[in-house]
Design a protein around this ligand. Structure first.
Ligand code: ZN
Length: 373
């Protein structure tokens, strides 16, 4: 990632319905458009510090992420996720909470804000914070002491809190980072809220979600859905990321065709898929060819209509390169048409979007249409 992205460590804790809230918070962080989660620690369990004896145990974790948010923005993003998960902040700092998200480190920044500081002092004082951080990023250097997270963990007085890895629940990894064989085997929980909705859906259609073949279906569907809609959590700048090059004198049409795409129609949430052709007439700037396909994916992996997908790709190329013109043609087959009544299995839909010279100059447009066939 470019210099604008900073590595950060976020610590997480929950002691109300923690089996649900901790995975859910991680999923929401993964889906945040400006936070890219790189690695998540194991879950650890510990007794609460300073609360009443009867208070429920905590689950804690830490994750390593990249972000282009500044520290204050990152902190507000965490507060928003806490709110979504029903966190109520009270006077009592030790009250049970659905979720607690803190910026533990933000690069090597040492800073003091109104009511918080960097690094979070808990990183060198609290075992339930230091241990997950050492688990996810043992070589991370604390900017104040110069010690690694691993050494800080050895230094905290672990006797005051018994922090132990949780074995009763494991977090499933997202779909995209694993091969299909592994995908079924590890992790029990991924997106508890979504999984329970999918389970309810199975019941609604008259299925038995507890039969062998369906037991893990909610988990699989949740992961697949997350992957197929990951365009919502990716930004154009993240996709393009430094792949725009100066190209003085380049004045020939650049065309990338036969770009395969898979999307879902927003009317039925059924797949539509096909091929895209993207062309532009450069004005001093070009982009890596593989990035063009990634721009298509960025917009295809959302709920879409084909016309909007076509326009969004054209606008994105215009935005990144400010070229003389852009042309996009997409040919798609829609399962919602192919599978139902009308049964026009062979029908396909062609949409196009022209910008700049592709719109104003018939010769450019027809050259593009000719070449894209
Ligand atoms: Zn449809």
């Amino acid at each position: 990632m470019s210099e604008a992205f900073v590595e950060t460590i976020i610590s997480l804790g929950s002691n109300i319905e923690k089996e649900r809230h901790l995975p859910e918070a991680i999923r929401l962080l993964r889906r945040h458009r400006r936070i890219e989660v790189r690695k998540v620690s194991r879950f650890f369990e510990s007794a609460p510090v300073g609360g009443p004896e009867s208070a429920p145990d905590f689950f804690n974790a830490a994750l390593l992420a990249c972000t282009d948010l500044d520290p204050q923005e990152l902190r507000s993003a965490l507060r928003q996720i806490e709110e979504v998960l029903g966190r109520e902040r009270s006077e009592d700092k030790n009250a049970p909470r659905t979720i607690d998200l803190d910026v533990a480190y933000y690069g090597s920044m040492v800073a003091e804000f109104d009511d918080w500081q960097l690094p979070d002092p808990a990183t060198s004082e609290a075992p339930h914070v230091a241990i997950p951080i050492a688990d996810v990023a043992p070589t991370w250097t604390d900017p104040v002491t110069g010690k690694t997270a691993y050494d800080l963990m050895l230094g905290v007085d672990a006797a005051t809190e018994a922090v132990r890895p949780v074995t009763s629940i494991t977090l499933a990894t997202p779909y995209e980072s694993r091969g299909p064989d592994e995908f079924d085997q590890t992790g029990d929980v991924y997106a508890p809220q979504l999984e329970s909705i999918i389970r309810a859906e199975l019941l609604e259609i008259g299925e038995n979600p507890d039969r062998e073949g369906l037991v893990r279906t909610p988990l699989r569907v949740a992961k697949a859905l997350d992957f197929l809609t990951n365009g919502y959590s990716t930004s154009l700048s993240e996709v393009v990321n430094n792949a725009v090059f100066d190209a003085e004198g380049a004045d020939e049409m650049v065309l990338v065709k036969d770009i395969e795409f898979y999307s879902m129609c927003e009317h039925h949430m059924l797949p539509f898929f096909g091929k895209a052709a993207v062309a532009y007439l450069p004005k001093g700037k070009i982009i890596g060819l593989s990035k063009v396909a990634r721009v298509v994916d960025l917009y295809a992996r959302r709920l879409q209509v084909q016309e909007r997908l076509t326009n969004q790709v054209a606008d994105a190329i215009s935005e990144i390169l400010s070229p003389h013109g852009v042309g996009v043609v997409i040919e798609g087959q829609h399962l919602c048409m192919m599978m139902r009544g009308v049964q026009k299995q062979d029908s396909s839909t062609v949409t196009s979007a022209m910008r700049g010279t592709f719109k104003s100059d018939p010769r450019t447009r027809s050259e593009f249409i000719e070449l894209s066939r």
